[in-house]
Design a protein around this ligand. Structure first.
Ligand SMILES: CC(C)(COP(=O)(O)OP(=O)(O)OC[C@H]1O[C@@H](n2cnc3c(N)ncnc32)[C@H](O)[C@@H]1OP(=O)(O)O)[C@@H](O)C(=O)NCCC(=O)NCCS
Length: 280
């Protein structure tokens, strides 16, 4: 029997992975664990006979903003109101904590549900991809000096806050620890493993040239593995589109960045890669 909404536990992750795999998403078990760690009680689910059949996550960034992600329903359980129950649960939790805005990146499938719950579209967000490392131009010899996971939080937090709109230091620290970090005085770029492709992002920089240099270092280091890449960007920043195009990435799909509640002042011109559809 389909149960009530409850908190997801680490033991549930194997079952929850079946949902994200069915949707062909890129998250790994570590991505679920990371959200659980950063937001205790923030991963919620509905089960049926011990099997997770629907999920949603809520990741607060202080009281100003929380990000909703991992909204998934097992295909055979869709259109029974499960995602709506999880969304109402996330909204109620955020309201109890006096969180002033909620945001998410919506697929076309999810958008009508979110609109019915008061979310409005802010902008487009795009998934770009590249199928192997062979494109990297021979002349790109980036300097990986400054690759230091602690730097991103210490030196660049203010810059990231200006770009994203709120402090997300804890998330950046966790993502740095999970992958690779390249930082300079003018920006930073992270990358981490994914289920089907390595993921570059977030990247925040004060110029297109700096973003190109920071991302090139990641692509160069991983090129030896000829790995597939994903890179999610905001096309409102044409510089991000230019840099991704230059590195041989192409646009694979388009989602809707949506908001419910207060508007957050941010600066897309500094955002060259987002952290992830489930993270912001
Ligand atoms: C998007 C997704 C999460 C929706 O999950 P769901 O559990 O089917 O969602 P709900 O049942 O709560 O609502 C979906 C629709 O079913 C309708 N519905 C709800 N209960 C129903 C019922 N008993 N009978 C018929 N329709 C019903 C809802 O009104 C809604 O209709 P809409 O299309 O007009 O909005 C699911 O399709 C999914 O996992 N998709 C793949 C991953 C994805 O895109 N996730 C969203 C990321 S932002």
């Amino acid at each position: 029997m389909v149960g009530t909404v409850r908190t997801m536990k680490p033991d549930d992750v194997a079952s929850a992975m079946e949902l994200s795999i069915a949707a062909n998403w890129n998250q790994t078990p570590e991505d679920w664990y990371r959200i659980m760690q950063l937001s205790p009680g923030g991963c919620r689910c509905i089960e049926d006979g011990g099997k997770i059949v629907a999920s949603a996550s809520l990741l607060p960034f202080g009281m100003q903003l929380a990000w909703i992600g991992m909204v998934l329903t097992r295909p055979e359980y869709r259109r029974q109101g499960l995602a709506r129950r999880l969304m109402e649960d996330a909204i109620a939790t955020a309201e109890r904590s006096s969180i002033r805005a909620l945001k998410l990146d919506a697929t076309d499938e999810g958008r009508p549900l979110y609109e019915s719950l008061g979310f409005v579209v802010e902008e487009v967000v795009e998934r770009w991809g590249r199928d192997s490392g062979e494109f990297l131009a021979a002349q790109e010899k980036p300097d990986l000096g400054g690759d230091d996971s602690s730097k991103v939080c210490a030196a660049l937090l203010a810059q990231d806050r200006a770009a994203f709109g709120v402090d997300r230091g804890e998330l950046l620290e966790a993502l740095s620890a999970a992958g690779r970090c390249n930082a300079s005085e003018n920006g930073y770029a992270l990358s981490r493993p994914g289920r089907v492709a390595r993921y570059v992002g977030p990247c925040v920089a004060n110029s297109e040239e700096e973003a190109r240099r920071l991302v090139a270092a990641h692509l160069d280091v991983e090129a030896r593995d000829h790995c597939h890449w994903y890179w999610d960007l905001l096309p409102a920043n044409p510089g991000a589109v230019r840099v991704a195009t230059r590195f041989g990435f192409t646009c694979r799909r388009s989602l809707w960045r949506m908001r419910r509640g207060e508007s957050i002042k941010n600066n897309d011109a500094m955002v060259y890669a987002i952290a992830g559809f489930e993270l912001g």
